[in-house]
Design a protein around this ligand. Structure first.
Ligand code: 4AD
Ligand code: MG
Length: 430
């Protein structure tokens, strides 16, 4: 019977068939140790000459890394094995050869690996990261679905900017119309929220980022909830609950993958409510006291965020930024109009911003003014202005970049390992 390695424990003592690839092989005179992988896990197969006969045994002398093979054997419990089981091999057949697999157990440089990303994905570490990514996405979906949020997918082709014109990707095709790849579905989610109350989207997002940092991709995946009748506090509460449930889920279901990555679990176990909430004013004071060259009014750079987020054992929410450094759609604080009622959530351990959001500007006149101030084409925003013309309400939401969340939860150096095929300013291949 064909079984998956992840289910092997249910077949102790039974004959089974594993369909997979040879991850690695060690051989002594009379025994081959085959590390098999099938996408669900790794399993050591033990092949003795006595069990398979001379001919098959010698065939196995030449089995090389990543050869696809179908292996028959009997499952045996073995307390020394990482999975708790081994396979006593009785037979095998080769499906596809693999000569000189370019990624060997030795160390390779990251550019070498990225050029071979399609093969690099087969490594145990990359598999662990992608499984955790999957778990995070699944947890995010469950979180919103179980709270009555309706998934509404915004368009990818858009006629205007949402997050500033400097990171727009133009698309040539549409007649008489400027078109860009979406930077955020938010504006459309504001429309669907006015129809459905609580909505979210989860999809690809594009930013022509000129910055080559460990936090930036040109194509990434963002989850964006939006709520009608919501305040900045509601937005912060939601962000906090989302992060707590996401981390709890990974801890519950992906312990093994976290251990493959040698992740310090105690750091994740500390992710509990409440998260500290500090104002931009306070954040600037903290940074100055630590010697950062920031002046009130400036946006935080990567190093500023790193310092702020290192000060806490859980995510920190920074709210009330100067309007001047934030997007046109943010509601000004009625008491201090120079401040925007926005929030950034910075992940701990120096990871910096993983969530940006806040309360939206709901007033028509002020919105018209902002569009002018930001030099945005009003025609392209008429539909958006309609949301303020027909039954406007206080509302808000946020966006979380999945790759940044994965990088933090997995404690990776760079977001490039968090997505199957990363896209960056200097990388389009494979
Ligand atoms: O802070 P941002 O730009 O906010 C928005 O786009 C809002 N319109 C979202 C909303 O309120 N609905 O982006 C949100 C998040 C960031 O916190 C970050 O996690 C991620 O998206 N992000 C990126 N991730 C990877 N590479 C990039 N270049 C990113 N730019 C933003
Ligand atoms: Mg932001």
């Amino acid at each position: 019977m064909r079984v998956y390695i992840e289910d092997i424990g249910r077949h102790e003592g039974q004959p089974v068939t594993i369909k997979g690839w040879l991850h690695n092989r060690r051989s002594s005179g009379k025994i081959h140790f085959l590390i098999l992988r099938d996408g669900t896990g790794f399993l050591q197969g033990v092949m003795s000459k006595a069990a398979v006969g001379d001919e098959l045994f010698h065939l196995a002398d030449h089995l090389s890394q990543e050869t696809s093979i179908i292996v028959d054997g009997t499952v045996r419990a073995d307390t020394r094995a990482p999975s708790g089981y081994e396979l006593d091999v009785t037979s095998f057949s080769v499906v596809g050869e693999s000569r000189d697999f370019p990624i060997t157990p030795k160390e390779h440089g990251v550019d070498y690996l990225l050029d071979r990303r399609h093969l690099w994905l087969r490594s145990e570490r990359q598999q662990a990261i992608l499984r955790i990514r999957h778990e995070i996405i699944d947890a995010v979906r469950d979180f919103f679905n179980s709270r009555g949020f309706i998934l509404t997918d915004p368009p990818i082709f858009t006629p205007a900017a949402c997050e500033g014109t400097t990171t727009l990707f133009p698309v040539e095709y549409f007649e008489d119309q400027k078109a860009y790849l979406t930077q955020s579905g938010q504006l459309y989610l504001e429309a669907t929220a006015m129809a459905l109350g609580r909505v979210y989207s989860f999809g690809p997002t594009f930013r022509a980022e000129k910055s080559k940092t460990r936090r930036h991709l040109t194509e990434f995946w963002m989850v964006e909830p939006e709520m009608a009748y919501a305040s900045l506090d509601d937005v912060m509460d939601l962000a906090e609950d989302l992060i707590v449930s996401m981390v709890a889920r990974v801890l519950e279901k992906r312990r093994h993958e976290l251990s493959v990555l040698e992740r310090d679990i105690t750091k994740l176990e500390a992710i509990q409510k409440p998260f500290p909430r500090i104002s931009y004013d306070d954040a600037v004071t903290r940074l100055k006291s630590k010697g950062h060259a920031i002046e009130w009014g400036g946006d935080f750079g990567g190093p500023d965020e790193t310092t702020l987020s290192e000060a806490f054992d859980r995510p920190v929410m920074i709210h009330h930024y100067p309007s001047a450094v934030k997007a046109f759609y943010m509601k000004p604080d009625p008491d201090r109009p120079e401040l925007a009622m926005g929030v950034d959530v910075l992940a701990p351990e120096g990871y910096g911003e993983i969530i940006g959001g806040g309360e939206r500007l709901a007033d028509l006149e002020l919105m018209l003014q902002r569009i002018k101030e930001h030099d945005l084409p009003q025609e392209a925003f008429e539909w958006y202005l309609d949301l303020r013309r027909y039954g406007t309400v206080p509302h808000g939401g946020f966006g979380m970049g999945i790759e940044r969340a994965v990088a933090w939860i997995c404690k990776l150096e760079h977001v490039r390992e968090t997505i199957p095929f990363p896209r960056m300013m200097y990388r389009m291949y494979p």
